[in-house]
Design a binder for this molecule. Structure first.
Ligand SMILES: [Zn+2]
Length: 317
């Protein structure tokens, strides 16, 4: 080997080393791909919190095949999960990813953008303006949280914020498919979007609807979330993909609506009787017995009662 090519080779190796990052191992476990309609797919993550065992994979990434390329919804908590989603896509089509929708700010739904952007730099990533503003400001916090909860299984992930606004009732026409956005104000967060894949009659609901799982309302509002689920039920969808838990028909939305309404009405009933949020806890648990097998039922109960209590008090003024 002559001297000059050897020097070039060393420089090339050093450049690659400088550009690459230290990433955690790929996602372990085999998560099946579910075909919902001819052109719409979902990978159901475990209906759980992010843990070391699931490496942060617990949401429902989806994708839609169009004549121009693939559209991804919520590519998960990490670059590793985003790469798993891309692997599933290449098992179905060699077409590129042309667009991504992020349903809301919680990091388990959008940190996988990193993998999509690395593989397809031109893909446009859409989200509600309120979500985009927060993603730019809070990305590092979400990275830290996911890393802590998963014992750093998300290592190497970068926060790639969405780069295009989309808002209520806007419809994006992509490769012969229409993606219609539903946003009804503060619901699970202040920047939720639900995505109707019109031709396929599928609704990606984000965490405005979750299945067999209690609400996370830290950034949300009970009445607003109820309004969002009612709007979801007005969409002409035959398949509903919840943010967590299994997809199904309209009964997925009906069940969550029933839960939210029961929760709100139960807390209101005991508040009207003059009870404090702490004193009503056992009674609320008893009244919500039909939902006691849902994920996070016990863990979230105290906090959810306090949040509902404060919101109902505020609604009285
Ligand atoms: Zn969420």
């Amino acid at each position: 080997m002559s001297r000059i090519p050897f020097v070039i080779l060393i420089l090339a190796v050093l450049t690659v080393a400088a550009c690459s990052r230290s990433k955690g191992p790929p996602l372990a476990g085999d998560y099946p791909l579910t075909r919902l309609t001819e052109h719409v797919y979902v990978i159901h993550g475990p209906n759980d919190l992010p843990t070391k065992q699931n490496q942060g994979f617990m949401n429902n990434p989806g994708f839609v095949l169009t004549a121009k390329g693939v559209v991804v919804i919520d590519p998960g908590s990490s670059v590793q999960i985003g790469e798993m989603v891309l692997k599933k896509i290449t098992g179905v089509t060699k077409d590129p990813v042309i667009a991504v929708f992020n349903t809301h700010i919680h990091g388990d739904h959008w940190l996988g953008n990193d993998a999509i952007r690395a593989a397809y730099p031109k893909a446009v990533i859409y989200a509600h303006p309120a979500m985009r503003a927060k993603a730019a400001a809070e990305g590092e916090n979400w990275l830290k949280l996911l890393s802590t909860l998963t014992d750093d299984a998300t290592k190497g992930t970068r926060a790639v914020a969405p780069n295009m606004d989309i808002n209520n009732d806007e419809t994006l026409a992509l490769g012969g498919k229409h993606f219609r956005i539903v946003h009804t104000g503060v619901a699970h967060t202040d920047g939720d979007i639900m995505i109707e894949v019109v031709e396929d009659r599928v609704l990606f609901a984000g965490d405005n609807i979750v299945a067999e799982r209690t609400a996370r309302m830290d950034d949300g509002h009970f009445k607003g979330n109820i309004a969002a689920v009612e709007a979801a039920l007005k969409v002409n969808a035959k398949v509903i993909v919840p943010g967590h838990g299994l997809s199904g028909g309209r009964e997925v939305a009906d069940a969550y609506l029933g839960y939210l309404k029961t929760f709100h009405a139960t807390v209101k009933k005991y508040l009207d009787q003059g009870m404090s949020d702490f004193d009503m806890k056992d009674k609320v648990i008893a009244d919500l017995k039909p939902y006691q097998k849902w994920v996070l039922f016990d863990a979230e109960m105290g906090k959810l009662i306090s949040l509902a209590y404060l919101q109902i008090e505020a609604e009285a003024f």
